[in-house]
Design a protein around this ligand. Structure first.
Ligand code: UT7
Length: 341
């Protein structure tokens, strides 16, 4: 059975930088730089312009990852795209990325799978990609985490708790087969559907007939509480810390690796305080953790692949390193992974 390793990384974030002060001054949200920095560590995030969406950013990150992997698009055997902000209800954004990469035009009709596991989406996608590679189904899987949050945030004082956290961006990796002794060593994934409504954006309820109420002209009506994401932040915070720690410990235990032996931790970027708490509980020194939430906010499925791509380019993530990943988010869903880079 071949090993599955990450052969290339890439990322894309839109040019438009939105600072915490901009949320107040441009969007009129009653908030402050001090509140957001102190509670979350976020200083700024990126917002995609009108006309740019999840597949657009995903395709840009993918191009960079494919080039870094040193392969051609025709070598890819599958695309897996993780997102909570797909371009449309259906079809998924994976097929849109495939189209943008021009693969179908050259007869490369690779399967495209959308993963809907929010902040843990990249880890779910990574695990699936590794299984496809290790089973011998294909040699290269493109894995993308891409999010367009800003177009679906309640950018008003009413929505400030959620709106101040999220940003737009995409990260991508190529997961490839290798006979070398490296790659994804272990991963764990979990979910607890009892908390499905603790962090959610229902938009509609398909149990209703019709699924959306209509006005007399036939337009669908979406009530604000259905339209915008809502969250019990404290509940999410508590569970995130617990599940990130226990899942990291599980993969370490199974691999007989001490957390002290891990060279670099790349955690999901939801709140700097969550990561600092995890770091403290596991006694991890500062120089072994790479965070970028201060610059991008929470890009959900995009956070870990963006971190990987930046860390590689900044020389923080190097071949031979032992890397620990952990994420937690809506669902609840969570996961952790251990890689030899
Ligand atoms: O990937 C998973 C995604 N989500 C998370 O991981 C989120 C985890 N949770 C958190 O990060 C924190 O719960 C938050 C940062 C979201 C909120 O921090 P908190 O300490 O739990 O604040 P809170 O929601 O209890 O609100 C405290 C106060 C409230 O005012 P009152 O009622 O005490 O007067 C809020 O209205 O802070 C107010 N507040 C704000 N004030 C200024 C909430 N958001 C803001 C804001 N600016 N943006």
């Amino acid at each position: 059975m071949p090993n599955a390793y990450i052969s290339g990384t890439g990322f894309f974030v839109p040019d438009n930088v939105v600072t915490n002060d901009d949320l107040r001054d441009v969007y009129g949200i009653e908030t402050s730089d001090e509140w957001i920095r102190k509670r979350t560590g976020i200083a700024e995030r990126r917002f995609a312009p009108q006309g740019m969406g999840t597949a657009d950013m995903g395709a840009k990150a993918a191009e960079m990852a494919i080039e870094a992997a040193g392969i051609d698009k025709k070598d890819l055997g599958m695309i897996i795209l993780a997102t909570l902000s797909p371009d449309h209800v259906f079809p998924g954004s994976g097929v849109l990325v495939q189209r943008q990469l021009g693969m179908a035009d050259t007869g490369n009709f690779v399967p495209c799978l959308d993963v809907r596991n929010q902040c843990s989406g990249f880890l779910y996608a990574l695990g699936t990609a590794a299984s496809m590679v290790q089973s011998g189904n294909t040699n290269h899987v493109l894995v993308i985490g891409s999010e367009t949050h800003s177009h679906a945030l309640d950018l008003s004082s009413r929505g400030r708790t959620v709106a101040s956290l999220f940003g737009d961006g995409a990260g991508a990796v190529v997961v490839s087969a290798t006979e070398e002794d490296r790659g994804l060593r272990n991963y764990t994934l979990g979910a607890d559907g009892r908390f499905a409504e603790t962090l959610w954006q229902p938009m509609w309820d398909i149990r209703n007939f019709p699924f959306l109420p209509q006005d007399e002209d036939g337009n669908g009506i979406v009530a604000p509480e259905m339209m915008w994401a809502s969250m019990d932040g404290r509940q999410v915070f508590r569970n995130a810390v617990e599940k990130m720690i226990t899942s990291l410990m599980k993969v370490c235990w199974e691999e007989k690796v001490d957390t002290k032996d891990i060279d670099l931790f790349l955690f999901h970027q939801a709140n700097l305080r969550i990561n600092e708490y995890v770091q403290k509980q596991l006694n991890i020194p500062d120089d072994k953790v790479f965070n970028n939430i201060m610059r991008y906010g929470n890009t959900t499925a995009g956070t870990i692949p963006i971190l990987m791509a930046e860390a590689e380019r900044e020389g923080i993530l190097k071949p031979g390193m032992k890397v620990g990943l952990a994420a937690f988010g809506s669902g609840f869903t969570w996961g952790a992974a251990l890689l030899d880079w």
